[in-house]
Structure formats: structure tokens, C-alpha cells
Design a binder for this molecule. Structure first.
Ligand code: NAI
Length: 449
């Protein structure tokens, strides 16, 4: 039998594409080496958010006195229970994916797939000593943690995000190398767990690529809570107990009984026979057109393997675009309104270009900037803290971008994303009615400034 579509990799790009392809009548085979759900469900987005939610409850218990809640004794974390609940959440969701794949009629093989070659009819793939053939192939092999070449790293039992999600015994001093999204989410988690956290970031600010003003606000918030940031700082050497850092030519040492590496991820481009088909890759990923097609007409790619966005929600949409095109439906990938969220407490989120990007491009824009305290609901629920909402508007009055810090930014950012994707004018945006009282009213307030 020749499958219409063989998908290699069962993460968000792969499993969503498989369900969509099968529901559009394509004979679909999904080949996954480990577990469906990929990094996102098994060791990324979902487990992190499960632990971060527990951390938020712990923070709330500690700060409840601000709201008139008295708790006798110090609230503590039962890490075994945290990890058990995290594992249960992952199991529930991966079982749900398995069930959906089955009900959609997707064949699933758990094995490592290797592309063997091609015939006139399609691509030949081997998995678990079996041979399969597909008219089209979707590559969604994802990404893995990038391990930088740091002196001494080989002698250190360091964590990546994977190990950090299973820790029951907490370190006293944690040095996080890389102040990006993963670095900041774990810094937040371990700060709530009262670990002494140091973040070493080689750039002048954390969360490069996101809005610098809100990133600085978030850093200051966590500085007040006890995290130490070492910006503009390089790690020059590590040992099992120490991290040597260099800032403006000056060397110093940080004590560390654990190091967490979070300096980025790299696309998985090897080990599955990609070279067999002579598909072009860059060092960073697998280039695709806006239909998610690689340089080989029968091979599509979606998700982190493209090396482009490295976000689960981008991956899902990219897989959808690939399948729609395979089914003959007009669909093109747009990256204009992909939200980015950092699930710290408070959350930070952005959609559309940052001010730095617009300035670099010489694009003129207006900024509407409002403290989150303009929202009554925000004030009611965030005693003693503030946030910021920024809308960037082009000279013709169209929404270009939004960047915000404050809960629940992860839920609100999609409103701005819709305005950008739909090329909405502020006059149209002003007519949207937000329920009162909600934090989302901040947009309405801002647009009438
Ligand atoms: P990242 O690219 O977000 O951040 C890496 C940081 O490490 C950068 O700020 C970089 O300047 C710094 N860095 C690199 N080498 C360094 C060195 N030798 N010393 C000190 N600093 C160094 O990568 P991250 O945080 O590892 O995340 C990987 C991917 O996973 C990203 O694309 C991210 O968007 C995605 N992700 C998304 C999440 C979300 O949507 N909430 C959550 C977690 C990950």
C-alpha cells in the first residue's frame, strides 16, 4: 500500500497535521520515535506550565496577606507531588492525542524512520524493519537543546530543560546560562521554590527578540524577588561547583550546585536520511516556501525542523498549511502575527515586530503605552504590582504590534494578534466591545488615548 502522506515526527506539527490529513481523506501514516506530543507535551510547554501553575499558587499563598488572607505557618512545596501531577497531566494529554489519532484513522508506528530513497510513485521510508511508501512526506522532526562548547562542561552534571522538569531534590544555588524564554521560565519556577537563582546572559538584556522595555520591567521585578542577573556576561568555564564568568574583561566566579543550560535549540536535521533526497538545508534548518514545501516537490516540513520560529503554535499552523496545500486548498503561511509568550508570573507577551525591529527597518510608528493599572480588573487582582501594554500603530492607523507585561498577557495577546492578522484599523478595533471588568479593556482604553 502507498500512503498519501507519511509524517515523520509526532509533535504538535506532526500529530495535528496527521489528524487533519486523515480527516480530509488522506491515507496517513505517522512515525514517531518516542511518544506522540513531542517535546511540547512530554518535556516542554505542558509540563513547564503545570509546574509554573503550582509555583504561582505557592506565590499566591505567600502573598495572600496582601489580600487579607492569613495562613498560619510557611507554605511549602511537596516536589514529589508536583512532579507526579506534572506526569499525570502529560499522560492525560498524550493519551488524548493517541485517541484522536486512532479515531481519525491515522496509522501510527513507534520507531525511528529513515528515508531510503524515492521511486516514481513516492518516497520510501524504513521504520522498525518495515518498509513504507508515501506519495508525500511531511518532516516534523523538531529540535533539541543546543549544547554550547563551554570549557569544563563535559565534567559537569548539568541540566537542560528536560532534567529540570523532573527535579525533586532542589539545588541551593542554580546558575542558568541563557536568559531567553526557557531560562526565564525556569528562573521564575526556581525563584518561587526559594532557590538562589543566577541568570547569565551574554546580551545586554534578557529575552532578546522580545520588546526590550517590558523585558527590562520583568527583569527588575525578578531582581526584587531575589534573582541575580549577569547581563553582557560570558561564561568562560564551568566546574561541578562553580561557573566562571566574564563581564567587560573582568573575571569572577559564581557558586553553583547545579547549572541549567538554556542557550537555544537546534533543528533536528540528521539521522533520518534527509541527505538521500538531496534536499537543501541551511545550517539552522530546512528552508520551505509559504506552502511549507521544501526544495523537493514531494517533501514538506513544519515546526522546529524549519529552524524558523521554534514555537509549538507556529508548528501547528505550519502543519495545517502543509496539509491544506496537499489537499489542494489555497493556504499560505503568514508569520505576521505569531504571538510570543513568556509564562513567568507576571506573564510577558508580544505579537508583531518590536520597536527595535521597526527602527532598524526605518519604519515610522506611533506608540500607545498604558500601565496595566488602567484596567480596573487588573488593579482588583494584582495588589501592589503593575504592568504595561504597548500598541504600535503605523502612520495610516493600522495596528502593527503589541507588547505587554501583566497577567493574563498570554490570553490577551491573541486579541492584538487578530487585529494585526486581519489588518485592522484602530477605528475598527475601537468598536470591539470588551466585557467589563476584564483586563482586555486595556486595549479599549489605549485606543481612545
Ligand atoms: P532563546 O533563544 O530564547 O534564548 C537563549 C538565550 O541564551 C539568548 O538570550 C542568548 O543571548 C543567550 N545565550 C546564548 N549563548 C550564551 C552563552 N554562551 N552565555 C550566556 N548566554 C547565552 O532560547 P531558549 O530559551 O533556550 O529557548 C529555545 C526555544 O524554545 C526558543 O525558540 C523559545 O522561543 C522556545 N520556547 C518557547 C517557550 C514559550 O513559548 N513560552 C517556552 C520555552 C521555549
Amino acid at each position: 500500500m502507498i500512503y498519501d502522506l507519511i509524517i515523520i515526527g509526532g509533535g504538535p506539527a506532526g500529530y495535528n497535521a496527521a489528524e487533519k490529513a486523515a480527516s480530509n481523506g488522506m491515507q496517513t501514516l505517522l512515525i514517531e520515535a518516542k511518544a506522540v506530543g513531542g517535546v511540547c507535551l512530554n518535556e516542554g510547554c505542558i509540563p513547564t506550565k503545570t509546574l509554573l501553575y503550582a509555583a504561582k499558587l505557592l506565590d499566591n499563598a505567600r502573598t495572600g496577606h496582601k489580600y487579607g488572607i492569613q495562613i498560619s505557618g510557611e507554605p511549602t512545596a511537596d516536589m514529589e507531588a508536583w512532579i507526579a501531577r506534572k506526569n499525570k497531566t502529560v499522560k492525560t494529554l498524550t493519551s488524548g492525542v493517541e485517541f484522536k489519532l486512532k479515531t481519525h484513522g491515522v496509522d501510527v508506528v513507534y520507531a525511528s524512520a529513515v528515508i531510503e530513497g524515492e521511486t516514481d510513485e513516492g518516497i520510501r521510508i524504513r521504520a522498525a524493519e518495515q518498509h513504507y511508501q508515501g506519495r508525500y512526506v511531511l518532516l516534523s522532526t523538531g529540535s533539541d537543546t543546543f549544547i554550547p562548547p563551554i570549557n569544563g562542561l563535559d565534567s559537569v552534571d548539568y541540566w537542560t530543560s528536560r532534567e529540570a522538569l523532573d527535579a525533586i531534590d532542589l539545588p541551593k544555588q542554580l546558575v542558568i546560562i541563557g536568559g531567553g524564554v526557557i531560562g526565564m521560565e525556569f528562573a521564575s519556577l526556581y525563584n518561587s521554590l526559594q532557590v538562589d537563582v543566577h541568570v547569565v546572559e551574554m546580551l545586554p538584556e534578557i529575552l532578546g527578540g522580545m520588546d526590550a522595555e517590558t523585558a527590562a520591567m520583568l527583569r527588575q521585578t525578578y531582581q526584587k524577588r531575589g534573582i541575580t542577573f549577569h547581563l553582557d556576561t560570558k561564561v568562560t568555564q564551568v566546574s561541578p561547583t562553580e561557573v566562571q564568568i566574564e563581564h567587560k574583561g573582568k573575571i569572577s566566579h559564581l557558586q553553583a550546585d547545579r547549572i541549567l543550560l538554556s542557550v537555544g535549540r537546534k533543528a533536528n536535521l540528521t539521522g533520518f536520511g534527509l541527505e538521500t533526497l538531496g534536499i537543501d538545508t541551511t545550517g539552522k534548518g530546512l528552508p520551505v516556501n509559504d506552502r511549507m514545501q521544501t526544495t523537493h516537490p514531494r517533501v514538506y516540513a513544519a515546526g522546529d525542523v524549519t529552524g524558523y520560529s521554534m514555537l509549538a503554535h507556529t508548528a501547528i499552523r505550519e502543519g495545517e498549511v502543509a496539509v491544506n496545500n496537499l489537499c489542494g486548498k489555497e493556504d499560505r503561511m503568514s508569520y505576521a502575527a505569531i504571538p510570543g509568550v513568556v509564562y513567568t508570573n507576571p506573564e510577558l507577551a508580544g505579537v508583531g515586530p518590536t520597536e527595535a525591529v521597526l527602527k532598524e527597518a526605518g519604519q515610522i510608528y506611533d506608540v500607545i503605552k498604558l500601565p496595566m493599572a488602567y484596567s480596573g480588573r487588573f488593579v482588583a487582582e494584582n495588589e501592589g504590582s503593575n504592568g504595561l501594554c504597548k500598541l504600535l500603530i503605523d502612520p495610516d492607523g493600522y495596528v502593527l504590534a503589541c507588547h505587554m507585561m501583566g497577567n493574563p498577557a498570554s490570553e490577551l495577546i491573541v486579541v492584538a494578534g487578530m487585529a494585526i492578522e486581519q489588518h485592522m484599523h484602530v477605528e475598527a478595533f475601537q468598536k470591539i466591545v470588551f466585557p467589563h471588568p476584564t483586563v482586555g479593556e486595556i486595549f479599549h482604553e489605549g485606543l481612545f488615548m
